[in-house]
Ligand binder design. Sequence first.
Ligand SMILES: [Zn+2]
Length: 175
Amino acid sequence: MRDTLVLNASFEPLSTVTLNRAVVLVLQDKAVVEQSHPELRVRAATMELPMPRVIRLCRYVRVPFRRHAPWSRRGVLVRDQHRCAYCGRRATTVDHVLPRAQGGGDTWLNTVASCAEDNHRKAARTPEEAGMPLLREPFVPSPADAMLLALGVAGREALPEWLERSGSACATSAA
Ligand SMILES: [Zn+2]
C-alpha cells in the first residue's frame, strides 16, 4: 500500500500516512489533495476520488520538534540516488564507511550506497585503508528529505512543483 505525503497548511512536509487515513482526512474536509496518482482512483463510501499522493492540511499544525530522519538501508540508497559512492555506477548495497567490525554504526554519516563489487572489495577496511576515496560525503537528510525518502521519491526536485502551486482552497466546513 502506497503512503501519502501530508503537508502542513503552510506546505511544509509533515509526515506520511496510509492511503486510508489520507482519504478519511480529505473526506472530512481536513485536507485537500495537492497531487494525485495519475489514472488511479480510489473508491470511498459512495464517491470516487483521485488516489492522493500528497494532501495538505486545511489547518496549520504546530510541530513542537523536528524528528531526525530514521536511518534505513533503503533510505541510504534513495539518498545517494542508487549511485555507488566509490565508482558512481549503480549501487544495490549499503557500505559502512567505518566498517562495523571497527565499531562503525548504522548511521546516515557512516553509510553510503555502494555497488556490490566495491562493497566486497572494500571489505572490513576504511576508505583510506582500502585506497578507495569517497566520491561524495554522506549527509543526514533533513526532515523534509526524510518524508520524500519515506515515499520513495528520489531527489528534492519533486518538491518545488508542489510547493510552488498556489494550492487549492480548502472547503470551509461551515455546516
Ligand atoms: Zn562501485
